[in-house]
Design a binder for this molecule. Sequence first.
Ligand SMILES: *Cc1c(COP(=O)(O)O)cnc(C)c1O
Length: 545
Amino acid sequence: MFRLAMKYRSTRGKATNYSFEDTVLTGLAPDGGLFIPHTIPTLPEDWQTAWSALTFQQLAVEIFSLFIDPAEIPRRDLASLVERSYATFRATDVTPLRKIRDGFYVLELFHGPTFAFKDVALQFLGNLFEYFLERKNKGITEQRKLHRLTVVGATSGDTGSAAIYGLRGKKNISVFITFPRGRVSPVQEAQMTTVLDKNVHCVSVEGTFDDCQDIVKQLFNNRTFNTRHHLGAINSINWARILAQTVYYFHSYFNLLRSLHLSAGTPAAHAIRLHYSVPTGNFGDILAGYYAHRMGLPTARLVVATNSNDILNRFFESASYERQAGDDGNVKETLSPAMDILVSSNFERLLWYLARETEVDGGSEMIGEETSLDERLAGHASKVVDGWMRDLKEKGVFRVKPEVVAKAREIFDSARVSDEETLETIRRYHNPPNPSQTSYILDPHTAVGVEAAERISARHHLVGYPTGQDIFVSLATAHPAKFASAVEVALAEQPGFQFEDVLPPEFVGLLERERRVVNVRKAEEALVIEVVERELRKEGVEWDE
Ligand SMILES: *Cc1c(COP(=O)(O)O)cnc(C)c1O
């Protein structure tokens, strides 16, 4: 494993030379940083022609191969992992692209088992976990000695259900998802609790989402508990999730060109200015777009679209990254709850690249004679990021130099969208002012992205294709039926609207189905530990005390 072609390091600099496997199984780096690849690979010279006719699955294998050494996962195994991960999607194209009006498209990422974009990554991550464990367990016959993973997570809705569907029935993995009782949407709660596989455990906690998240953090920091049960993380900082999400940027690029009857690699294709607008919370989805761009996907701009939890938008406007709670000290509750965050956990990865390109002068300070220039620069960037993160933790804010934001703005635009504007956008696309435009129902998260795209387009006076060359692709991160109440608020008074028309058959009767859930009467670590160990025993898991 020493000479792997692709290795990973932490953004805080203390962990380097991790294999892909260790990166994925570790989740968060031991120094508190996030894993990034040592280098961002470039695309093969002929990618535009060689990849243009590939299926989503074939593209995934090509892209993943650039980040995973075949010595770690042989290509045949990788192909079979990918095949299984996307066989659960209802759309044959996995992530279809749909035109909503001239120059504006949506990239539908919600055709997986839980009807939100997180499935794209978590279906793959579940299979990866199982693959690594099976390999470690080869030849081990004693039950007690088997390598296992106990995945523990907290959810306010979407992550939990996507993780459960990604991990249900997986060998040697148990999954525990805590959620705040009565505070996730009825559909989300039903999606989680109606999965009856033996290895899936929903834990309904009397408390808030933050309480759940605190307990999960305590469990990870509880050395005895963690060593005994080998905790695994599925939150959006896991590198495999970012990697999996890069695929649909490439896939949509080829789909777009096909729909415009342009051939990849030709001057007409090069003339297109492609913007992606991404409704953003923890910066995971859009970060994948940044990697795709850095690898060489022709992207004009990436639009960071936030709701009123707008720490990212404020960063782009003020060069200051500041934790700002609502009046009651908590995150602001919006109509796009999957984006309700106070700080954006994946942003640290982008910050590292920005630091590397603006804050580092070549490294006058020697770390060691044998260290290469590249390593020295990486080390410096990590120090800068470490300082920013320390300020954030201690003071709730850090400021960067104008050059840092200027660097980010070379590729990113940003916009903040209110709940009112979200509802108005859902209405506008359901009842388009122009009768030749087809009606489309946006979920509230997607509506944030679409509204941001329109605003950026207007701000820069862009002219949409086919009159001009600009095209906006907004990432559609959830099916409208998943966030039914916001869609109903927006469309209740609209002529011709009937919610049943958008209800997928999978949701019919969902709320009445048999459920399995464990209740915890108080948000306390000890009570959750009790539940976890009791449930593991029921599964037949044994461990050394
Ligand atoms: C998680 C989620 C988002 C935000 O994604 P990030 O990667 O955290 O930016 C947006 N929309 C929906 C529906 C989600 O579930």
